[in-house]
Design a protein around this ligand. Structure first.
Ligand SMILES: [Mn+2]
Length: 275
């Protein structure tokens, strides 16, 4: 059963179709892993959501920050001028799509492939088992009746330091920011959620989360997106797949093998300019 991990779609449904044709994707035989951020910025957020939802068991999708932002807009916590997001809210099946989206996981792990799928990263302090437990805490809230309570408290960069003693909304917000927004950490271990440039542009001493010393999941493969300025990174323990599709870069699929991955890409039209 071939498994293809695919980078951030951001509403670029035409590019997804082209990529699936290119790899000869067969939903009866193959599996897709999507790193999240299905929506926003690109032209066809609604169509992308419908397409991925309709893949059913053939696709696993983790939540990204843009997906959570859409949930917050739907809940009335935020407003948007993004036409492709507004189209979801107005669609006859909009509520059903939102209900599907909020039940997506924040982390997916496959022991056979020894691969873990997340949107942005796994906090350096967390082992796989701890990360699975932290993800489950937030997933339970988002999938349950109090899901909008969290969205009202989602928007903050604080707390920025992991402490197992964190409780309540602070704890859930930290978990959310780690899985869906993290790129760099300060040398003292606090999240730096401000900088989004390529490595080399960050404040002196800050490190990408995956290069942080004594990282608890070091040596185990993590598949993620979210970081278009990082681009494609392929290491035995790391697969970074946001290759800037919506910015006129490429959309990437990685066929996951027990050791290594085979990369396939299509060129994407520039729906957004990065300036
Ligand atoms: Mn993202």
């Amino acid at each position: 059963m071939p498994t293809y991990a695919i980078g951030d779609l951001q509403g670029c449904q035409p590019s997804l179709r082209e990529l699936l044709e290119h790899i000869g994707f067969d939903p009866d035989r193959d599996r897709l892993w999507l790193v999240g951020d299905l929506v926003s910025r690109g032209p066809e957020s609604l169509e992308t959501l419908r397409f991925v939802r309709d893949l059913g068991e053939a696709a696993v999708c983790v939540l990204g920050n843009h997906d959570l932002h859409l949930l917050a807009i739907h809940a009335g916590v935020r407003e948007t001028r993004d036409r492709s997001l507004k189209a979801i809210l107005k669609a006859p099946d909009g509520d059903a799509l939102i209900d599907w989206l909020r039940r997506r996981p924040l982390l997916h792990h496959d022991p056979r492939l020894d691969a873990t799928l997340v949107h942005a990263g796994v906090h350096p302090a967390w082992t796989l088992e701890e990360a699975q437990a932290r993800a489950a805490e937030l997933q339970e809230i988002l999938a349950g009746p109090r899901w909008t309570d969290f969205l009202h408290r989602m928007y903050s960069n604080l707390p920025d330091r992991w402490d197992p003693g964190l409780r309540g909304w602070d704890r859930l917000r930290f978990i959310c920011n780690s899985f869906t927004r993290m790129r760099y950490l300060h040398p003292d271990g606090r999240l730096n959620l401000a900088d989004n440039g390529a490595p080399g542009t960050q404040p002196e001493g800050d490190l990408p989360w995956f290069d942080f010393p004594r990282r608890a999941m070091a040596g185990r493969r993590i598949v993620f997106g979210h970081w278009s300025t990082l681009g494609l990174v392929q290491r035995p323990d790391l697969l970074a797949l946001d290759t800037g599709c919506v910015w006129g870069g490429r959309l990437t699929a990685a066929r996951l093998e027990p050791h290594g991955a085979e990369i396939h890409q299509v060129q994407c039209p520039a729906y957004r300019k990065p300036w």
